[in-house]
Design a protein around this ligand. Sequence first.
Ligand SMILES: Nc1ncnc2c1ncn2[C@@H]1O[C@H](COP(=O)(O)OP(=O)(O)OP(=O)(O)O)[C@@H](O)[C@H]1O
Ligand SMILES: [Mg+2]
Length: 271
Amino acid sequence: MEKQKGSASISTLSIVQMNDVSASYDSKDYVLKNIRLSIPRGANYAIVGQSGSGKSTLLKLINGMMHPSNGKVLVDYKVPNTSDRKFKPFMHKIGYIPQNLGLIKNSTVLENILIGALPRVNGFNSFFKNFPDSEIKNAKKILKQVGLQGKAERKVYMLSGGEKRRVAIARALVQKPEIILADEIVSELDHMTAREIMDVLAEAQSTMNLTAIMVHHDLQLALEYADRVAVIKEGEKILEIGVEADRIVDFQTGNYTQKEILEMFNTESKE
Ligand SMILES: Nc1ncnc2c1ncn2[C@@H]1O[C@H](COP(=O)(O)OP(=O)(O)OP(=O)(O)O)[C@@H](O)[C@H]1O
Ligand SMILES: [Mg+2]
């Protein structure tokens, strides 16, 4: 299995740390249980699991939209909380791409991408979405970087699935983030388009020195691109694996062979 990724330089310091984190939506049933994670700055980290296993919830804990019931989440040594004024300046450093992409379908590609620049535009101008020339120039540069040249004025509802994903990536990159959180950004795409989109992200990650944390359904694809893959089952992290010198390495227990890991996952996905 050959690595396709182009990681940023990986630090030994972790940018995301979770210590025995549990999370619940109704303070009764835990949808995440005792999650321990340490994601190094600059890593390309993937989270894989079946539908309902808690992947999106995990990303929401990282961007501060949700808070743990037990345990502690730290992002760059701060407790993420979208309603905390102290965390607000750092929130813009997290380029979050939700599972439904969160694009404004009746607006153009450029208008959608510029939303990523809103935190840098002062109050009055931001209300009327008046962007300085420097921001428009930068947005157009990123538009090209993600392969959307010639599409700036196109309305988003006219775009293909792959192009919509490129818009969502560009909007996140315009934020000038330190972390990209992408929730199933390539699910439902054909094999080739999925890889094109993953390559755009890998390229951005290495040139802009980002930490990427991505949720996937496909373990094979996750292993191709990520340094490490956390496998979540029913809210628990059951594995943390990666490819090193063409072998799958289990960082969590060291007990499984490559064949066992793939078999384990394949059996589960057929349930
Ligand atoms: N807003 C919510 N209120 C109550 N329960 C929720 C809410 N969001 C998610 N859940 C529940 O939490 C569990 C985990 O959901 P989550 O969306 O994190 O899973 P997922 O792994 O992202 O699934 P998928 O692959 O389908 O996107 C599920 O049982 C889901 O029903
Ligand atoms: Mg999800």
